[in-house]
Design a protein around this ligand. Structure first.
Ligand code: HMG
Ligand code: MG
Length: 307
């Protein structure tokens, strides 16, 4: 068994974590404080915002203000989603370090999420790629529904590979494979990865697993064994997807970090500091902390404080 020596964690909570939050709009200063705290705990790659239509995703409507309000630092890459050229131009003006385009392996999910077919979405990304190249902005590509679709059920790994391959060919430096509704299991994840790596080298792939069925850590271990070394996660397990009913958050960053620390895999992230941020944001949003590790460390801290 070979596991990577180092993993880059890509923090999703400010975007994937907050985009679906029900209730009133989350204040911009809570988002900026979250992003600053995440950077302070050693995370070097943070998806900070989303330049999508505010009519589709109201919680991301203050993306420009968020970017303007955060503390920029040379050791943190602040990224944002951009579904089209308009989103890219707004993201560029806001000073992001990286943008991401997002496609799906399922036609129905593509239509629900971005209102067009897979082919149309890919065609729409070419001008984004060109503009990004002109401005020297790296582009990440997402493929959603790689291990199952809320509308179509099982997804053919070859279809995932086709979409991932086209994103890589058009110039995305990294392809993040999204188990949008968390229905994957480890062997399924390995089979999907085996198909994708026929088109895209494993060094260019990231795992983006939601934890709806509690399988995300097992699935991550399975793909770590196959050489994946970039993992998307969200502190306190925040999040969901507005166009995938019942989808829960990304796997909790604290839980992933506890696993990686236990395996002796370097990340550069401090678990105590990260767990404190998970507690803090859960209190701000008045919701239970979705990280098991976060809960355990919180209980340990409380126990110590109680004497
Ligand atoms: P549309 O309605 O088909 O777009 O939406 P349109 O081009 O016809 O434009 C309609 C209106 O939206 C126009 O305004 C545009 O200017 C405006 P109007 O003239 O009516 O006033 N508009 C924009 N406004 C701001 N920023 C933009 C933008 N583009 C158009 N970028 C569109 C198409 C893609 C815009 C829409 O469907 C959309 O914004 N979808 C976003 C969906 C989304 O954010 N989903 C969640 C993120 S993906 C995800 O969570 C999965 C992931 O985590 C991986 C995984 O877990 O699988 C990444
Ligand atoms: Mg997601």
């Amino acid at each position: 068994m070979t596991l990577p020596r180092e993993v880059r964690l890509v923090e999703m909570s400010p975007r994937d974590g907050l985009q679906n939050e029900a209730g009133p709009l989350i204040a911009t200063d809570i988002k900026t404080e979250l992003i600053n705290r995440l950077g302070d705990s050693g995370l070097g790659h943070i998806e900070a915002a989303s330049f999508v239509s505010p009519r589709w995703v109201p919680q991301m409507g203050d993306a420009a203000e968020v970017m303007a309000g955060i503390r920029r630092r040379p050791d943190v890459r602040h990224a944002a989603l951009t579904p089209n050229l308009k989103g890219f131009e707004n993201a560029l003006a806001a000073g992001v370090n990286e943008v991401a385009v997002f496609a799906a392996a399922s036609e129905s999910f593509s239509r629900h999420n971005i209102n067009c077919s897979i082919a149309d979405s890919l065609a729409r990304f070419y001008p984004v790629m060109e503009a990004a190249r002109e401005h020297d902005i790296p582009v990440r590509g997402y493929v959603s529904t790689v291990l199952g679709c809320p509308y179509e059920g099982d997804i053919d790994p070859q279809q995932v590979a086709r979409v991932a391959g086209e994103l890589a060919d058009m110039g995305c430096h990294e392809i993040s494979l999204g188990d949008t509704i968390g229905t994957g299991t480890p062997l399924k994840a390995k089979r999907m990865l085996a198909a994708v790596t026929q088109k895209v080298r494993v060094e260019r792939l990231a795992a983006h697993f939601h934890d709806t069925y509690g399988q995300a850590l097992a699935n991550l271990f399975a793909v770590l064994e196959e050489g994946v070394s970039v993992i998307d996660a969200s502190v306190a397990g925040l999040g969901g997807c507005p166009y995938a009913q019942g989808a829960s958050g990304n796997v909790a960053t604290e839980d992933v970090l506890y696993l990686l620390d236990g395996l002796g895999i370097r990340t550069g992230v401090n678990l105590d500091s990260l767990a404190a941020t998970g507690d803090w944001i859960s209190r701000q949003l008045e919701r239970p902390n979705g990280s098991k590790t976060g809960q355990a460390l919180g209980a340990t801290r409380q126990g110590a404080a109680d004497g």
